[in-house]
Design a protein around this ligand. Structure first.
Ligand code: ATP
Length: 640
């Protein structure tokens, strides 16, 4: 039996002291002036370059994109948490950093086979690795490695570390395809009690104060950390307090652009938010009324930020999801789309009532882009007609979301069990697919067109194809639906990555170990199936297959979980292990965090040292009603 002992992996001295401080020049030379040919990957916060240091050592150099508050926080988090961990072969090593000339750069050990994302999900050969490099044995050992890395963080670290962003692009592969966990930008320390300590919210005030005081030329000791060189800085203390004056000045200047007052990280009470207002279509903005968008700004930061990258107003994942779902509900009469499909769209399980013909019937003037049509030209009557179609689709999205996320929970809460679907608005809060956003977004685009924004003029948004340059200068496959899925499954928000983030952590809850377990469950399914969690293709696809999680759940119901296994593996896989992994993933994906296994048990299960606990009824192929009637029959017969 495995025994976990906490070994206080944090160095007593400041993590920053043990890290090498690189000069910008050094890293510029190492990466050939950050040449595109040295670029090995791009994430939400920066670009990663391969570099060779003067001593010949290969390194990965991550140049952070911007001086946004989010990037700054992630940078500091990475240095303090990853930099503070004692060396562990299951976690990528952070070698050093650079804060100079307005740049934030992090230097890591170089992982020759890059990330699981490339090895598993990119179709073509991409710098030496292709999907074929991931045999079943390698996939299984990656699953075990990630589980062990999480066990190190949750069980051996004191205080425990919650990773917060477990996903394929954060699993890096060494020359032997052994996995290491990387990217601690969203990680948390679980300091005391049952709650994870949230650096973003708890330390925000302190950091704000310090930065603000620096901005106005205040004392750099304002954070109260003061202290000598060797003193461990309080978590959240800006890095610049250890840097030279140039660094301090830079940080102060850079952060002056951030509007701190607008930053509302999250609402901390789980379920304290009533989304019904946002769901209410009566509240949808009136076409042409800009006042709404202004009013909603603060609200969106508070309740809606989970879907947003930052406050930049860029197209966000929610728009993609909304568009995609919209297209599933009501494929438009877009000729491109029909051409691509070559056939009428399949009716999905999503919508049994709204069919293409009905949709067209209702909409006498078929529109090209279903979600954004309402701001196109036309009479008021036409607007209102289009609005009705929008509204109908919007309701369908809500229903889909409820189906997807609330069904099982409502079943559990209903002790008569499995007979009623409870749609309890008070108890179940539903993330909204606000139509408001699509209006606002359209207005923004319209506005920028009016302002002759050249970038915008060269771009157009199609629901089917995403952003497309009008001159089609880029490869058409860039704009296929597959791009959506790539974006969807790898876009990091302030709180994790869409599709990987645990439902309880949709912006409201504290990040806990069980949130990592949920993400790990998604990761297992992705590894076993070789698919993204939301696999949207431009060709028609059944909705249940598009969403990996709900598809696996439905396969579990029918007892066909092995259908999930990546077809590219053909028969070269271990069925027993695959079945174990899928069942384990399902256990990790339970909506209620407390029902998910903890990481110690997960490692034991994967190593064959512990039985997988029986799956809850919701995943059982045998309907509980049968069990119920069988036991009743048994009782009856014994009574006879
Ligand atoms: N140490 C490393 N060695 C080799 N390649 C790396 C290393 N770190 C990152 N990469 C490559 O760079 C890519 C981008 O990594 P990065 O951490 O910046 O972004 P991400 O995890 O994809 O996205 P996000 O930052 O939004 O979570 C990875 O997918 C991987 O291919």
């Amino acid at each position: 039996m495995l025994k976990w002992s906490r070994t206080s992996p944090f160095d007593a001295a400041s993590p920053l002291n043990k890290l090498q401080k690189f000069s910008y020049r050094e890293l510029k030379n190492a990466t050939h002036n950050f040449s595109p040919s040295n670029s090995i990957g791009k994430g939400g916060s920066g670009t990663v370059f391969r570099g060779i240091l003067k001593d010949g050592k290969l390194v990965a150099v991550k140049l952070l994109d911007s001086n946004s508050f989010q990037c700054e926080q992630e940078f500091q988090n990475e240095l303090k948490i990853l930099g503070g961990l004692k060396s562990c072969p299951l976690v990528v090593s952070l070698l050093g950093f650079c804060v100079e000339k307005g740049r934030r750069i992090v230097v890591y050990e170089y992982m020759p086979n890059r990330s699981l994302q490339e090895s598993l999900l990119f179709e073509s050969n991409n710098g030496g690795c292709s999907s074929l490099s991931l045999s079943w044995d390698r996939r299984f050992s990656v699953i075990l490695d990630v589980a062990r890395a999480l066990a190190f963080l949750h069980l051996e670290c004191d205080p425990p570390v919650i990773h917060g962003d477990v996903k394929p692009s954060n699993v890096l592969l060494d020359s032997e395809f052994r996995a290491k966990l990387s990217d601690f930008g969203l990680s948390r320390l679980k300091l005391e009690g049952d709650y994870g300590v949230d650096l973003f919210s708890q330390e925000l005030g302190k950091s704000q104060e310090l930065w603000k005081s620096q901005e106005i030329g205040g004392n750099s000791n304002a954070g109260g950390g003061g202290g000598g060189e060797n003193e461990t800085p309080a978590i959240g203390t800006p890095v610049e307090s250890h840097e030279n004056d140039e660094g301090k000045e830079l940080l102060a200047n850079e952060n002056s652009g951030v509007d701190w007052n607008k930053f509302v990280p999250y609402d901390d009470e789980l379920s304290s938010i009533d989304h019904s207002k946002e769901l209410n279509l009566n509240n949808a903005p009136v076409v042409g009324d800009d006042s709404n968008s202004n009013n909603s700004g603060a609200k969106q930061w508070g309740k809606d930020w989970w879907w947003r990258q930052d406050g930049s107003g860029e197209l966000c994942s929610k728009d993609y999801v909304m568009e995609w779902i919209g297209s599933q509900i009501c494929p438009s009469a877009d000729p491109d789309w029909d051409e691509e499909k070559g056939a009428a769209p399949e009716k999905t399980g999503l919508d049994s009532s709204l069919q293409l013909d009905k949709c067209e019937e209702e909409n006498e003037n078929p529109v090209q882009e279903p979600g954004f049509e309402c701001v196109n030209g036309g009479t008021e009557k036409e607007h209102s007609k289009r609005w009705k179609v929008c509204a109908k689709k919007h309701r369908k999205m809500q229903e889909w979301w409820k189906e997807e996320h609330l069904d099982e929970l409502s079943k559990k809460r209903n002790n008569k069990g499995y007979r009623l679907k409870v749609w309890n608005k008070e108890r179940f809060k539903v993330p909204h697919f606000g139509l408001g956003k699509c209006f606002e977004f359209r207005k923004r685009r319209k506005f920028s067109h009016e302002n002759h924004d050249t970038e915008d003029q060269n771009m157009e948004f199609s629901f089917r194809k995403g952003w497309r340059k009008k001159n089609h200068s880029m490869g058409s496959d860039m704009w296929s639906g597959d791009l959506f899925s790539r974006e969807l499954s790898s876009t990091t928000s302030m709180r994790g990555t869409l599709c990987y983030v645990a439902p309880e952590y949709g912006g409201y809850g504290y990040l806990m170990e069980k949130a990592d377990i949920y993400s790990f469950g998604v990761l297992i399914l992705v590894i076993v199936s070789g698919r993204r969690p939301l696999h949207v293709l431009s060709s028609p696809m059944k909705l249940e297959k598009a969403n990996l999680i709900s598809w696996s759940r439905s396969l579990a119901h029918t007892g066909n979980i092995l259908e999930l296994i990546d077809e590219r593996l053909k028969d070269e896989h271990n069925k027993e292990q695959a079945s174990l992994c899928i069942n384990l993933a399902l256990a990790c994906l339970q909506k209620m965090p407390e029902l998910r296994p903890d990481i110690g048990d997960i490692v034991k299960i994967l190593k064959g040292e512990m039985e997988l606990p029986p799956l809850p009824f919701e995943f059982s192929p045998s309907p509980p009603s049968k069990l119920f009637s069988r036991s009743r029959r048994k009782q009856k017969s014994s009574g006879d």
